[in-house]
Each structure stands twice: as structure tokens, then as C-alpha cells.
Design a protein around this ligand. Structure first.
Ligand code: GRF
Length: 193
């Protein structure tokens, strides 16, 4: 069997998408495994999830590394971890062009809307407030823009009349947890990584 692709997962929050990837990779036939988890937020619950799974989990604080040094420190850790893909899973910091160019077509992001609709923050709430009939989830490659890179997979989530924001959030997250592991597998298989 081929070696599995290493993943570096960048997080800032609860880490439910990280958890979905960790769970998928428990299957030995899944083509990827998480090698390192990095957060810019020391108290991110995602770090605890990683440590529980026996994965190296590090915090790189923007307070300690200012400006370009922050991205350089991320690159140093990621490159030392010998990974193939960089997975953004609720990472709430915009990465510099320097970082993005260091990993061409190797950085993935998940966004809780049907891009190009509702890029940026609070996408679930904004779609709900706009009363669009359908929103969804997008997994895409990261380029130098915000939520603009080439799409990998997208899945629609219809918004029922009278749907509460909380219920929509939970529907979206359920789809995310299925779609992200699937998109990672697809990239690895399509590009023979
Ligand atoms: C997800 O909704 C993802 O789409 C967005 O940030 C959220 C992260 O949630 N980019 P979690 O930390 O994976 O639970």
C-alpha cells in the first residue's frame, strides 16, 4: 500500500471539521493522516481534540510573531512535518501571498456557503438573513483572495420556510463534516499525491 499523505490542519476554534478528518483517517484505507495541528488561538478546543488523538498540536501566537514572521513560523513547522496538503479548518486568520505561494494548489479551505455567494465571515447567518432558498458548503483550493480559489466540491443545503438559524447551522455543519474528508480524498486521488 502507498504511504498516506500527511496533512497539516490549521484551526482557530472548536475543531469539529478537524474531528471529522481525524475520524475519517482512523480507517486505514483513507489516503491521508493528520501529522500536525496548528492554532493561532491558545485555548482553541481543536488543540485538545488533536492531542486526544495523539497528534502534535501547537499554538503559534500572532502576539509572539508579528507580521510576516507569523506566516514564516507556520511554514517552518509545516515543512518540518513533511506534509502534502495544508487544510484550513476554521482558521480565522488571512494567510499572506507569501504563504499561499509556498504551497501552490496544496492548501484547501472549507466555507459554509455556496461560493461565490457569501464569502467572508458569518456566511451562514448572512445567507439566512438574506432569505435565499438554498445555501450550502464549498471546499476549495486557497488562492491569494478571500474564499476565491478554484472549487473542489460543493453541496447544497436548502433553507426551509421558517428554519431557525440554529437549525440551519447544524444542517450546514453536518454537511461540512461529510464533505471535507471526501474532498481531501478526491484531491489526493485525482492528483495522484
Ligand atoms: C466551519 O463552519 C467552517 O466552514 C468555517 O469555520 C467553521 C469551523 O468550525 N470555515 P470547526 O472549528 O471546524 O468546528
Amino acid at each position: 500500500m502507498r504511504d498516506r499523505c500527511g496533512l497539516a490542519v490549521l484551526v482557530s476554534g472548536s475543531g469539529t471539521n478537524l474531528q471529522a478528518i481525524l475520524d475519517a483517517s482512523r480507517d486505514p484505507s483513507y489516503p491521508a493522516e493528520v501529522r500536525v495541528v496548528i492554532s493561532n488561538v491558545p485555548e482553541a478546543a481543536a488543540l485538545a481534540r488533536a492531542r486526544k488523538a495523539g497528534i502534535t498540536a501547537l499554538c503559534v501566537s500572532p502576539a509572539q510573531f508579528s507580521g510576516p514572521d507569523f506566516d514564516k513560523e507556520l511554514i517552518r513547522i509545516i515543512d518540518e512535518s513533511r506534509v502534502t496538503l495544508v487544510i484550513l479548518a476554521g482558521f480565522m486568520k488571512i494567510l499572506s501571498p507569501f504563504f499561499v505561494q509556498h504551497y501552490p494548489n496544496r492548501i484547501l479551505n472549507i466555507h459554509p456557503a455556496l461560493l461565490p455567494a457569501f464569502p467572508g465571515t458569518h456566511a451562514i447567518r448572512r445567507a439566512w438573513e438574506a432569505k435565499v432558498p438554498v445555501t450550502g458548503v464549498t471546499v476549495h483550493f486557497v488562492d491569494e483572495g478571500v474564499d476565491t480559489g478554484p472549487m473542489i466540491l460543493q453541496e447544497e443545503v436548502p433553507i426551509s420556510p421558517g428554519e431557525s438559524l440554529e437549525s440551519l447551522e447544524s444542517l450546514i455543519h453536518k454537511v461540512e463534516h461529510r464533505l471535507y474528508p471526501k474532498a481531501i480524498r478526491q484531491v489526493i486521488q485525482k492528483e495522484a499525491l
